[in-house]
Design a protein around this ligand. Sequence first.
Ligand SMILES: [Zn+2]
Length: 471
Amino acid sequence: MRQPSTTTLLIKNGILVTPQGIIEADLLAQGEHIKAIGRGLPAAHDTHVLDASGCYVLSGVIDSHTHIQLNTGIYRTPDDWFAGTRAAACGGVTTVIDFATQFAGQSLREAVEARLEEAQKAVIDYGFHVMVTDLPPGREGELAELIELGTPSVKLYTTYRIKEKRSGSYRPNYYADDATILRLMETCADLGLLPLVHCENDALVTAQTEALVAAGETGWRYHGRSRPALAEQEAIQRVLFLAEAAGCPVHICHCSTARSVALVAEARDEGQRATCETCPQYLLLDDTLYEGPEPWRYILQPPLRDPWNPASLWMLVENETVDSIVTDHCDYTEAQKTAQDDFTQTPGGLPGLETLLPLMYTYGVVKGELTLPRLAMLLSTNPARLWGLWPRKGALLPGAEADIVVYDPAPESVVNIENPHHLAGYTPYEGMKVQGRVEATISRGQIIYREGQFTGQKGRGRFVERKRVDE
Ligand SMILES: [Zn+2]
């Protein structure tokens, strides 16, 4: 099944899906790049032919928000870059943009270099946003190194502080106060870096959590109440305001409510350069699950919202107000999640890389919430454009890298933990019906997944240096 690396690959008789539309055509990849698109392309004697009759052929999925092999300083996911990116490959994902965390005492360059070391086992291509956690006044100039490193985006958090057991006081863990956010955004504006921000008002979340703790209501089922929608929306509004003051473009992470997206849209209507993403969990799941038998599955930040939210969020996805759909993938195991029925002690985050495309196809396209071209835009073209990868990636065009997913819309199945390759041992989407499946995943011209078999190799993935968006 493994194709020699020097051959050309001809994907025949597929239905090509791009943001511009749908055409029946063949696609020829030579080496790592797309060489030609057209009808009846001829195959040479040594061309590897993949018959895609009845299948959609899309540009490989680019998940621009993942947490593979995550170490928060408190919790650690057990996956590594091989396991994490193999799950991605099996789901049609050909590039991830993950995070390089600046740990205490590290320079930004050291943070990126340490992460590059870990990611060497990857099977698909990868880039990093840089989580800036410690850049006191006077050191902002270090941000310029991110351009050289090919990581021109900065992750900031409005929340996450740790309560000291002895003193009961809080110290920042990722958290940046408003003055820090404004200061770093001013430098980002000067340098052409794009900040992406996790928005939840920390004071509101902390007060709500402390009230629940005081009332003895710390079971998983109370998790949603500890992080109200207002906390997210207020922080988004404030971060947009700070970005405007700094003259800096801004990207708002994992919008969980329709109002969150609407706030970004209002800023954009006023002329601000603001973009946003949402995630399958906010489109498909809701907070009634916290009242169900297994609330631990849905511990994440921001939490699931009310049952009326997904329908309005879908509307904003379809009408192009949401820019991209990302997973925020985080592979904590069932054992880690269920160690204590206490939301304050349970690591937050859900696995999702492998189910992203099938779920968005099923509940987006098949249910009529999304068109196929719009799906291609949300999952590949827009993330490539937003994060400085386009047209090298995210484009079904001659000259682009041959990162491709072949999706067969016919088979029906049910999400279950028997098939996913991630290590979590559970999926938040257990039991949901899925229409279609990933038939093949191609990364830079090489078939790395085909008919249920992973055929890639550890370490074949490459770090992709990203450009600043204005370059
Ligand atoms: Zn995240």
